[in-house]
Design a protein around this ligand. Sequence first.
Ligand code: DGL
Length: 266
Amino acid sequence: MVDQQSPIGVFDSGVGGISTLRTLSAMLPREDFIFYGDSANAPYGEKTADRVYDLTQHAVEQLRSRDVKAIVIACNTATSAAKPELMKRYPDIPFLGIEPAVKLAVDSGKKNILVLATPLTLSLAKFHTQVKRFENQAHIYPLPCPRLAELIERGPAARDDIEEYVAQLLAPTLARVSGEGRALDGAVLGCTHYPFVADIIQRHVGPDVELFTGFEGLGRYLTRQLADRNLLRAEEHAQNVAFMSSKNTPEEKALYRHLFQYGFAQ
Ligand code: DGL
């Protein structure tokens, strides 16, 4: 039985959704949250869309068994590959997803926008539709980042490897943009893992490039969805945030809690 006191479920392929959870839990301080990370199967971004659907559906079942009142798919890859089908399959529960915040960057007036995301997110129809919608307003440079989510799954200890990876990954695209006589002014972090290493990405794209995630918009939308169903928790109470991981080890749970509290700080 779901009511105002029920928690909100948040799901990602792994640790990435904890970056989204940090924003959502701060924006909705009266709400309880249950986070489920499928770290045993991460990364999703290099799998097929069908496989990502199956894994996401399994995670949704885990969250539903905890009587959550809404499910946030805090994973761009799983949103693109699975959300419409899941909404059809489970019409009784609100599903929210996340997509690369290209609209937010364009609406902020950015003209040369880098979009960092997983190979699967950038290959699916949802992203192509987004690009078509905005291509007359801005130059959009999609950059698939294979391995980046996987490195971030290793936690803050992988910082040096991530620094090296990001430098190598970005160099050809940065050279291409300046070769076209342009300067990037926006970068969309189109995978929820990437905000954990926003400082590294910022260093490599340069200080004049604004980074976008779209998490605040998601928090506002979640608030509206719950309010419309009379499911927003009315009274003040100490927030409870619980963590579940398919990699069910004490080390993994400790990593989740660390990332939630401190981000990628060591
Ligand atoms: N965090 C996920 C996203 O937002 C995917 C990372 C992965 O598992 O490849 O796309």
